[in-house]
Design a protein around this ligand. Structure first.
Ligand code: SAM
Length: 228
């Protein structure tokens, strides 16, 4: 799987910086070579606010539109590794944002469904997917309710901070499927890795600490409740 880039300059412009970033992720413990090689193919500068282009390959979260962020590359790689997906798996992302995470999953050969609550970001990501040839099903709406129509999913990844685990996401997991979701208060969150081991039976592991923008919706934070 490759991206449709207008010309090779998009790929070559920051090639060295991208390779170095990927190498740092490997050193930090990302072992899944499918993740690392897919990240090597994604020009991250196409997904961020152009004012921050010089920071595109720093291992840090960066601003996108509407006061939202593109997640830190390590966090993207770590969460993807936690999903433990096989090629061809069906995966639901809550929080499309810039579209970077969905692009990574697509390049790894997943069937991608992604939901975003901010209309402007939803449109922008959808346009970028079209331009880059990323095949992903996109939806504008409240991802705390999941996307029932296409359930069950082999993996669900939530890229915003939840006060608690939204039940619809547990319900929409396939047996042996995994939900990866940051849960906590506004200052930090633990990463929950929840495996559905049977109908209504779950196994949970946890990794500390992460900091995400809030998951706002019916089963998340209420709008305005989560302010710095
Ligand atoms: N995965 C994104 C990427 O690759 O750029 C990063 C996402 S950003 C850290 C979190 C996103 O979650 C924001 O775009 C925010 O608007 C979105 N979000 C927050 N609450 C949501 C909800 N209930 N449903 C869908 N998206 C939500």
């Amino acid at each position: 799987m490759d991206l449709k880039l207008d010309n090779y300059s998009d790929y070559y412009r920051f090639k060295e910086a991208r390779f170095q970033l990927v190498d740092r992720l490997r050193q930090r413990g990302i072992r899944d070579e499918r993740i690392l090689s897919a990240m090597n193919k994604i020009p991250r500068e196409l997904f961020i606010d152009p004012a921050f282009i010089h920071q595109a390959y720093e291992d840090t979260a960066l601003p996108i539109d509407c006061n939202q962020t593109i997640s830190q590359p390590y966090t993207v790689a770590f969460m993807t590794q936690c999903l433990n997906l096989k090629e061809g798996s069906k995966v639901l992302e809550i929080g499309t944002g810039s579209g970077y995470q969905a692009t990574l999953l697509y390049l790894m050969g997943m069937r991608v469904y992604t939901v975003e609550r901010v209309y402007e970001l939803f449109l922008k990501a959808r346009n970028l997917f079209e331009k880059l040839g990323v095949q992903a099903m996109t939806k504008w709406g409240d991802g705390t309710l999941g996307w029932k129509e296409f359930a069950p999913y082999d993996g669900i990844i939530v890229t915003a901070a939840a006060p608690k685990v939204p039940e619809p996401l547990l319900e929409q997991l396939a047996i042996n499927g995994r939900l990866v979701i940051p849960v906590g208060d506004r200052s930090y969150q633990a990463m929950y890795i929840i495996t559905k081991v049977g109908e209504d039976q779950y196994k949970q592991e946890q990794e500390n600490y992460f900091k995400f923008v809030p998951l706002i919706g019916e089963k998340g934070w209420r709008n305005g409740e989560f302010t710095d």
